[in-house]
Design a protein around this ligand. Structure first.
Ligand SMILES: *Cc1c(COP(=O)(O)O)cnc(C)c1O
Length: 369
């Protein structure tokens, strides 16, 4: 099914199974207990840590978009932790990007390492250097957050599989409408739905998608036993947001494609990373493996103070640490210790009509320089 067909069917997934008189919109089911006389039965809800009809609807919608079985989690990190803890065991070696989402590395270093798992890191830009022999799990993030370097997914996932390892791709920055790691050979996709899928900066959620049945059984068991479950209302909010993901994502990427070259040509901008620019180091690979170039732009201004003046002086930029919302946001990533220039700003383009947004960015850049 094409992305367009999936996006179209998403709007009718629920009505396919409705009886006369059922509400068209998904009800939120707040329940810890379910009516359970006699013996428990597979497929019959029993207890809220294992079963919830609102999760089921969300997982069906995400599963349609991912074209794979999905398990929902209360945050992106809960999804990532579930995969790591479900797959690895003492003595295993795990490879993680050195410049990807910081908390993933922290989780591995702080908890997996003490269980006897060996953690190695490599920069995204040269990720395939050194091969993948001997790694039980290889974690990939592309484009990387915040540097926007790109990994060749089919080459790396193929090499990881040939070496007997499991490849896990964090697809947060692209969403399934911008990149399809499972089709490119990845074993597992993890994502923070807190970003573009939620999209309205009011909910944290995450998910795991994989066509590997045994692995998904382990991830489901982890969720049930660790208790890392999503609240029904959060699941409901994400389910609702998914209806407009394709629409929002398309607008955000369209606008980023208009804005990135204008920013690159602006005298206040010292350097700019956007995979959609013809002269970006990631452009060729991004064009081959991504269906869109995304809505994140990395720009470097003269220094810390210039970057702060730009972010705080722009009426159409919310100064936030997260991205993917309807409103454009920006952050100076060095404030968290990322290995980037002090004036590096990660810009997340929102759904504002592009010309007013550009005028606000242009004015703020000129005012900050
Ligand atoms: C935000 C983010 C996460 C973590 O997601 P939470 O929902 O905040 O737990 C993981 N990976 C990437 C790439 C992210 O941007």
């Amino acid at each position: 099914m094409s992305d367009d067909e999936k996006a179209a069917r998403l709007h009718h997934l629920r009505s396919e199974a409705l009886a006369k008189g059922d509400p068209l919109a998904l009800p939120v089911t707040l329940a810890s207990m379910f009516n359970l006389p006699g013996d428990p039965e597979a497929g019959v809800a029993g207890y809220g840590r294992m079963d919830n009809p609102t999760w089921d609807a969300l997982e069906a919608a995400l599963g349609l978009v991912e074209d794979a079985p999905v398990l929902a989690f209360p945050s992106g990190m809960a999804a990532i932790a579930a995969v790591l803890f479900a797959v690895v065991k003492a003595g295993d070696r795990v490879l993680i990007p050195s410049d990807g989402y910081y908390t993933t590395r922290l989780l591995a270093d702080r908890y997996l390492a003490k269980l006897g798992v060996e953690i190695e890191t490599r920069p995204t830009a040269t990720f395939d250097t050194g091969g993948f022999e001997g790694f039980a799990l290889v974690f990939l993030e592309t484009p990387s957050n915040p540097g926007l370097d790109v990994i060749d997914l089919s080459a790396v996932c193929g090499a990881v599989r040939a070496a007997g390892g499991v490849s896990v791709v964090d697809n947060t920055t692209m969403t399934p409408f911008g990149q399809r790691p499972l089709e490119l050979g990845a074993d597992v996709v993890v994502a923070s739905d807190t970003k573009a899928p939620g999209g309205h900066s009011d909910v944290l959620m995450g998910h795991v998608a994989s066509r590997d049945e045994g692995l998904m059984e382990e991830v489901a068991a982890w969720r049930k036993l660790s208790g890392a479950i999503a609240g029904p209302f959060e699941a409901w909010l994400l389910h609702r947001s998914l209806e407009t993901l394709e629409l929002r994502f398309a607008r955000m990427c369209d606008s980023a494609e208009v804005i990135a070259p204008r920013l690159a040509a602006h005298p206040a901008v010292k350097a700019l990373r956007y995979p959609g620019l013809a002269d970006d180091p990631a452009h060729g690979l991004a064009g081959r493996q991504m269906t869109r170039f995304g809505f994140l732009i990395g720009l470097t201004l003269a220094d810390r103070d210039t970057a702060e003046r730009f972010i705080n002086g722009c009426g159409m930029l919310a100064p936030t640490t997260s991205f993917g919302g309807t409103h454009s946001t920006a952050e100076r990533r060095a404030r968290w210790g990322d290995d980037v220039a002090p004036g590096f700003v990660r810009l997340s383009i929102g759904v504002e009509p592009v010309e007013p947004l550009w005028r606000a960015l242009d004015a703020a850049l000129s005012g900050a320089a």
